[in-house]
Design a protein around this ligand. Sequence first.
Ligand SMILES: NC(=O)c1ccc[n+]([C@@H]2O[C@H](COP(=O)([O-])OP(=O)(O)OC[C@H]3O[C@@H](n4cnc5c(N)ncnc54)[C@H](O)[C@@H]3O)[C@@H](O)[C@H]2O)c1
Length: 233
Amino acid sequence: MHLNGKVAVVTGGGSGIGEATCVRLAAEGARVAVIDIDESAAELTAKLAGEGLAVVADVSHSAAVDAALTMVEKRLGPVDIWVNNAGIAGGATSDRVNPRAEQQLAELAVGEVTTALESLVRMEDDDWRRMLAVHLDGTFYGTRAAARSMAARETGSIINLASICGIEGCTGHPHYSAAKGGILAFTRTVAKELIQQNVRVNAIAATVAFLASDDASFFVGDTVSPNGGFVTS
Ligand SMILES: NC(=O)c1ccc[n+]([C@@H]2O[C@H](COP(=O)([O-])OP(=O)(O)OC[C@H]3O[C@@H](n4cnc5c(N)ncnc54)[C@H](O)[C@@H]3O)[C@@H](O)[C@H]2O)c1
């Protein structure tokens, strides 16, 4: 029970990694608020996380994120842990490019690849903007909202979900890779600033409960990347 009495917020907590994070943080003793754009998913996770609080918000909207924080603090008290996890996959770009990627694989199996992937040239402005809005804007809005509360109290842990795509760059996903690379640079920068007020900011692809705990008190501006050895930097 490393997180007894702490208040934790997880954006995109309605499914996947966010849902698992909510359940784990609750198991460690935290009272958990689940922010998600999908109301029923948020409510389900809130139930799984014991007496969790479901909050519907789109993290790409600044005012919605600020309002979510206000609601959480009114209901659960000052926030100690904020996890910027909400995310989307490749969207319409992936729908357009995936058949070409499959074609490439088929060609590779029998010899020379002749089909161009064309993920960049086929990407629409809206695909790019939405990816950056959810991941990078959402991380900025969440971090800023949490920091305004935490820095004043000189305590807190903010954890951003990055990706190996933000380190390596993932073929076919320039928008996702750019957003995650931006999150890593943003994390390092604000971590240096907020540690002066005892607020730690780190980025990962999992391992939230550990980074949120006091056991991780010397982790500042770090990227913990559990990726099975795919990237070792
Ligand atoms: N799954 C992986 O292998 C992997 C690897 C590296 C990084 N990540 C990152 O981890 C995070 C979670 O990934 P996941 O695989 O669990 O995804 P997921 O699709 O299972 O869950 C994402 C959640 O975010 C919510 N969401 C989407 N847009 C939102 C918005 N605008 N506002 C609020 N909520 C929103 C969705 O409703 C959903 O509940 C993402 O940031 C993703 O980029 C995932």
